[in-house]
Design a protein around this ligand. Structure first.
Ligand SMILES: C[S@@+](CC[C@H](N)C(=O)[O-])C[C@H]1O[C@@H](n2cnc3c(N)ncnc32)[C@H](O)[C@@H]1O
Length: 260
């Protein structure tokens, strides 16, 4: 397997809106204090670009945001002038050494099968003293309610799908050691939850639909039978339709500095 573009977790259209709501006040809060007017930023693995657009607003007309992703079909059609969306891989960024004041990789690194080389490429393009912010899933800390019969197996199948796609859903706990091995200096470590429930603004139905679609697309590459996969889809649908449904997805966050 090459480390270029094995990402298989593309958003289905019906869940795109859910994940387009990412906000610098919520998901990007850990990084917000490092963004200043006039900076040149990179949003790597930018997806639909909701964070990139807010970053462009924060750096203002004297700053600039480069937003890159391997899946360019997600890019927004309309955006401000101080932002450029470009198809590129984190492993081979089309930028000179020491270009960026700061880089954000939100929900990206854990999808890769070679975080070390990705971090080295980010370090190459950061200016000395530049800041990298990463936020990754850590399935070990997730909470899910209520218990629906078969749900545990369904989440195991979802996890197996991620595994065959080359993602490391336990990368959150490895952020600090990975950053240090890549030569970064840790500035802060934190964790927070993305919460899917009827009161949070991120619906459990949307979350459930994403997983139904994901398991249907990738379940056949796992060791689970067709029947188990079909049952998992129905179970996740039942959970998503429950009025009390609540899912807390753990996200580990790290701010690191490139030494002088
Ligand atoms: C979970 S999404 C996060 C998108 C965005 N950062 C956000 O938070 O809304 C992960 C993104 O990483 C991108 N990705 C996966 N592998 C990549 C690679 N090798 N280089 C650049 N982007 C990649 C995917 O295409 C996808 O858009």
């Amino acid at each position: 397997m090459t480390n270029q573009t094995q990402y298989s977790g593309g958003y289905a259209q019906h869940t795109l809106n859910e994940f387009s709501k990412r906000s610098m006040d919520k998901e990007g809060r850990f990084f917000k204090g490092y963004v200043k007017a006039g900076q040149t930023l990179l949003d790597v693995g930018c997806g639909p670009g909701s964070l990139s657009i807010q970053l462009a607003d924060m750096v203002g007309s004297s700053g600039f945001v480069h937003a890159v992703d391997v899946q360019s079909e997600q890019f927004p059609a309309l955006h401000a002038d101080n932002i450029r969306f470009q198809k590129a891989s984190i492993f081979q960024l089309p930028f000179a050494d020491e270009t960026f004041d700061a880089i954000l990789a939100h929900a990206v690194l854990y999808h890769l099968n070679d975080q070390h080389n990705a971090l080295l490429e980010l370090k190459r393009t950061l200016k000395p003293d530049g800041i990298l912010g990463i936020r990754d899933a850590e399935f070990g800390g997730d909470v899910c309610y209520p218990k629906v019969d078969g749900l545990e197996l369904a989440w195991d199948i979802a996890e197996a799908c991620f595994h065959v796609a080359g993602s490391d859903i336990y990368f959150g706990r490895k952020q600090a050691s990975s950053l240090m091995k890549a030569g970064f200096e840790i500035r802060s470590l934190s964790a927070s939850y993305d919460i899917f429930c009827h009161a949070s603004g991120y619906s459990p139905e949307g979350f459930s639909l994403f997983w139904q679609d994901y398991i249907q697309r990738h379940g056949n590459k796992t060791r689970y039978s067709k029947e188990e996969i079909e049952h998992a889809v129905v179970t996740i649908e039942q959970w998503g339709n429950h009025s009390d449904a609540y899912y807390g997805r753990t996200r580990c966050e790290a701010i690191a500095r490139k030494p002088l």
